[in-house]
Design a protein around this ligand. Sequence first.
Ligand SMILES: CC(C)(COP(=O)(O)OP(=O)(O)OC[C@H]1O[C@@H](n2cnc3c(N)ncnc32)[C@H](O)[C@@H]1OP(=O)(O)O)[C@@H](O)C(=O)NCCC(=O)NCCS
Length: 177
Amino acid sequence: MADTERVTLRTRTDADADVLYRIASDLDDWEQRSPRPPAPLTREAYLARLAAGAEGPDAPVQFVVDLDGDAVGSVSLFDIDLLARHAEVGIALSPAARGRGIGTAALRQLIEFAFVRDNLRRVHLQVLASNAAAIRSYEKCGFVTEGRRREHAWVRGSYEDIIVMGLLRADWDSSRP
Ligand SMILES: CC(C)(COP(=O)(O)OP(=O)(O)OC[C@H]1O[C@@H](n2cnc3c(N)ncnc32)[C@H](O)[C@@H]1OP(=O)(O)O)[C@@H](O)C(=O)NCCC(=O)NCCS
């Protein structure tokens, strides 16, 4: 079976902590994943961050990306606006899982969850202009470019643009088979 057909989203368990911590603390691709200043991240600080704000109606919706029972990354909806019914999307896979269609498959499932289960009407995200693989994956899921924040990010010695992308439920609905 193709990798993409074996991808599921599920609840995080304690057994996933090592994989997720390794992804979150990897300084090599930090700026692609996070707007926070790069810095060594302890396991304790990472776990505390995950636990913070985990409850409540507008708490982040965080899934583990699962491939054959193993965690290979995470996808989430955060900054959920219950009034205007939108949320920001985040995704990160472990290096070995990238470039195999897994991210696109996981995102498609997260988008369906956002629109069908959580009754959101719009999802959006921000991505470094140089992150071509991520942008391609987002376009395949139906995201369109909504704007460009010029020189918004500091990445390894120079400023870089951030692309803002969004997807409306109405457009997603009309593009479904
Ligand atoms: C971004 C990410 C989630 C994408 O998931 P993925 O599983 O690697 O992506 P997919 O394999 O599903 O799709 C990537 C697409 O980009 C294409 N691609 C890869 N490198 C590319 C490049 N340099 N230029 C253009 N397209 C590229 C692939 O060919 C593929 O398109 P295709 O299916 O039409 O051939 C994953 O790479 C990741 O976790 N990266 C590190 C963290 C990150 O950048 N997160 C996003 C923050 S905004």
